[in-house]
Ligand binder design. Structure first.
Ligand code: PNS
Length: 161
């Protein structure tokens, strides 16, 4: 049986922590879908089209990584895609409580789907999309923490303001 995993998130924007987890997931599972949640935030910095475009560009050389979008309940999307696994990243103990709640709620909603937690490389353990946006907007350096394409797009957005 081939194993299909779904890595869901807002990815506003995708960070090198996400990229690290996806690359690890691509080695572990036959296929992994990066599933970007539609309307995760009321006013995202990156549009859905941009987030899809960036993720597709970042993973263009990994043939078993697919980029897709989803709306509604995650477990319904996972079921529709015939996937068996939800992948979530755990950076620190502080992530655990919320992730544990989500994993158990998702299990209650659909017992056939397993959540698998993966740890990113330590060097990415403190990064979040929210911090990246805040630091960059205030003039801080995010080089090496996000894909080059994200850095470039952030620069364009800040200079446009
Ligand atoms: O990157 P994020 O914001 O941490 O991702 C959160 C996400 C998208 C995984 C979560 O909000 C989600 O699954 N949303 C879809 C709606 C849903 O299924 N909610 C119940 C989760 S228990």
């Amino acid at each position: 049986m081939s194993t299909l995993a779904v890595y869901p998130g807002s990815f506003d924007p995708i960070t090198n922590g996400h990229v690290d987890i996806i690359a690890r997931g691509a080695r572990l599972f036959d296929r992994i879908i990066v599933a970007i949640l539609v309307n995760a935030e009321k006013s995202p910095l990156f549009s859905m089209a941009e987030r899809v475009e960036i993720a597709k560009a970042v993973f263009k050389d990994l043939p078993n990584v697919e980029v897709d979008t989803f709306e509604g309940l995650l477990v319904d999307y996972v079921e529709r895609r015939d996937a068996q696994v939800i992948v979530r990243g755990l950076r620190a103990v502080s992530d655990f409580e919320f992730e544990f709640q989500m994993a158990l709620m998702n299990r209650r909603l659909n017992d056939r789907i397993e959540t698998v937690f993966m740890m990113p490389a330590e060097k990415y353990s403190y990064i979040s999309s929210r911090l990246i946006k805040e630091v960059f907007t205030l003039g801080g350096r995010v080089h090496g923490l996000v894909p080059d394409m994200v850095e470039e797009r952030l620069r364009q957005k800040v200079t446009k303001k």
